[in-house]
Ligand binder design. Structure first.
Ligand SMILES: [Zn+2]
Length: 235
């Protein structure tokens, strides 16, 4: 059966984001999984056990909303696809999910150090805080339970001692959030090495939150946390 122009475009974008994540060091080996919701019951996703740095459009897998492959004789989806399916189930407003293991951001969870310090204006404006879901054994239903409360209200979160999960209205939107998370982590790491971050002030955080609507940003942010973590309070 021939593929629609929309599916061909989605395959191209998903393969490109997969390769970019590998090239940028957000995943190694066969790690990471990425998906696009094509429609209510069709998910386009990366195959299990394949290096995403070498992936092509034809390697991608289509499943239904429960993760059953449309063609079981082709490749199987990742065992971590259930995280993506949970996100689609809980959020009508998103159409793409990226899951990767960005080194510096994951290092913050391994060290138990917050990634949510209000340090960079674009991070406060776009994703607000970067919460950490409790540790759960990868690929199990425990992971789904651990992320559900965060996925309901956040577009970017960390899985403790594991990786990052970013949601977007399209695959590029989700990828840019992943980049933002790792950039925040790298910046905070440098600040920690240079004597510790000096967060933005409460006034600066308040005026950044005010301008969010100018950019059409409507996703929920944890105003109470950001205000409490702003300069003058301990993080
Ligand atoms: Zn993972």
């Amino acid at each position: 059966m021939s593929k629609s122009p929309e599916e061909l475009a989605a395959r191209q974008a998903l393969a490109e984001v997969s390769r970019l994540c590998y090239q940028r060091g957000y995943i190694t080996g066969t790690e990471g999984n990425f998906s696009i919701r094509l429609d209510k019951n069709r998910i386009l996703t990366t195959p299990r056990g394949v290096c995403k740095g070498r992936i092509n459009e034809a390697d991608l897998v289509i499943t239904d909303a429960d993760g059953t492959p449309a063609d079981p004789h082709v490749a199987l989806p990742s065992t971590e696809l259930k995280m993506h399916l949970a996100a689609y189930r809980l959020r009508d407003d998103i159409s793409a999910v990226v899951h990767a293991h960005p080194t510096v951001a994951v290092g913050f969870t391994v060290a138990g150090v917050s990634l949510s310090t209000p340090a960079l204006p674009e991070v406060v404006c776009t994703i607000g805080t970067i919460p950490v879901s409790p540790y759960a054994t990868p690929s199990t239903d425990e992971v789904v339970q651990s992320i559900e409360p965060y996925v309901k209200k956040c577009d970017a979160l960390m899985l403790d001692h594991h990786g990052a999960l970013c949601l977007g209205k399209d695959i590029w939107d989700a990828f840019y959030k992943l980049e933002t998370v790792e950039h925040q982590a790298q910046t905070l790491l440098v600040a920690h090495m240079l004597g510790g971050p000096k967060p933005l002030t409460k006034e600066q955080v308040a005026s950044l939150l005010n301008v969010r609507s100018v950019y059409g940003l409507t996703n929920e942010v944890d105003v109470d946390y950001l205000t409490a973590a702003a300069s003058g309070n301990s993080d």
